[in-house]
Design a binder for this molecule. Structure first.
Ligand code: TXA
Ligand code: MG
Length: 322
């Protein structure tokens, strides 16, 4: 089986929605990364997400909705959640909230937790798809376990093309890093930096905690988002046999180079990050280079999410990366 590539027009969206309602797996673009979607109320379909990704643990998945009202049908919003929804949805933000006991979302979707992660993406075709499905859509990033997240339909085809029914091609992802995961079950806690900056959330909610790390967000294993090549961080001097992930003016000497943002703009860099890691990974393989060297990126705004992904990509890799 090879995934059908559907254009994100009315016919393609209707086709993708029908497949999802039928229990099939469909890759679809959001403004963050491409998701591997399944009907969240269908436990069999959700189980196939874990199988297709080769995800060794049942990490809880995010449920996607066309609007906040639909999302709050499956979780109980508090005042903070309503405020954040008004300010940040639709957009690259996921909220973890208490699951409604009457929710029809399959327990496997939330890995049996009594909380559920919900998100309203901003991408227009994603919202049209979600509205057409009329059910919550569970979707992790559409990559094989531990690999770099996909930011184009071609990336999804390369990762999962032989394991899913279709890919809804909505072009490259505008944000390029995953959504921010904010836990609002108790004191607000940032579980994963992402497309909505911590600065923005702090302005709305006051100081944020960091949750319980690995326990609160089981998907946040240390090694993740990993290219095949070895990755060196905060590099000032690049070796001739290294591929350079550049940010701003390029130092002389790299064997190959991918520019994240010549102007040193973290938004532009986030949008290019995963495509850059994939491109340099291919360069390293093709030309027998010794690895990828990443230039320093400021740890503010979207730079926090970029540095988080780069640190994970550079971390030692256990066999169980999720
Ligand atoms: O941008 C994104 O968020 C993309 C697009 C497709 O929406 N999705 C994504 O999903 O990145 P995934 O599965 O790769 O990451 C979801 C993260 C994991 O770290 C998971 O542990 C955490 O959210 N998570 C999900 N449900 C949770 C819950 N109930 N409590 C705590 N953490 C949760
Ligand atoms: Mg992922």
């Amino acid at each position: 089986m090879v995934a059908r590539r559907l254009t994100a027009d009315a016919a393609g969206i209707a086709e993708a929605a029908a497949l999802l309602r039928d229990g099939a797996l469909v890759g679809f673009g959001t403004e963050t990364v491409y998701g591997l979607g399944a009907d969240a109320t269908n436990a069999d379909a959700v189980a196939r997400i874990f199988a297709a990704k080769g995800r060794p643990h049942f990490n809880p998945l995010i449920c996607h909705y066309p609007d906040a009202e639909a999302a709050f049908g499956d979780v109980v919003p508090n005042a903070a959640a309503r405020m954040v929804a008004a300010a940040c949805w639709p957009g690259p933000l996921t909220m973890v909230l208490p699951r409604r006991p009457e929710s029809r979302v399959a327990l496997l979707t939330g890995a049996g937790l009594d909380s559920l992660a919900v998100r309203v993406p901003a991408n227009a075709s994603a919202r049209a798809l979600l509205a057409a499905v009329g059910r919550p859509v569970a979707a992790p990033s559409a990559n094989r376990s531990g690999h770099v997240s996909p930011t184009s339909a071609g990336d999804v085809m390369a990762e999962l093309g032989d394991r899913i029914a279709a890919i809804l091609d909505s072009g490259p992802c505008a944000v390029g890093v995953e959504s921010t995961v904010l836990d609002l079950c108790g004191q607000p806690a940032l579980l994963r930096p992402g497309g909505v900056t911590a600065e923005r959330l702090t302005a709305l909610l006051g100081p944020l905690g960091h949750g319980g790390g690995a326990i609160r967000a089981p998907g946040m294993l240390e090694s993740h988002y990993a290219p095949d090549a070895r990755l060196r961080l905060n590099v000032v001097t690049v070796a001739a046999n290294e591929a350079l992930l550049a940010f701003g003016p390029v130092p002389a000497g790299a064997g190959a180079c991918f520019q994240l943002s010549a102007a040193g703009d973290t938004h532009e860099a986030a949008a290019n990050l995963f495509a850059g890691l994939r491109a340099l990974d291919a360069e390293v393989r093709q030309h027998g280079l010794c690895g990828i060297a990443a230039m320093p990126i400021p740890d503010t705004g979207l730079g926090v999410a970029i540095n988080d992904r780069l640190r994970r990509a550079a971390a030692p890799r256990p066999a169980t990366a999720g």
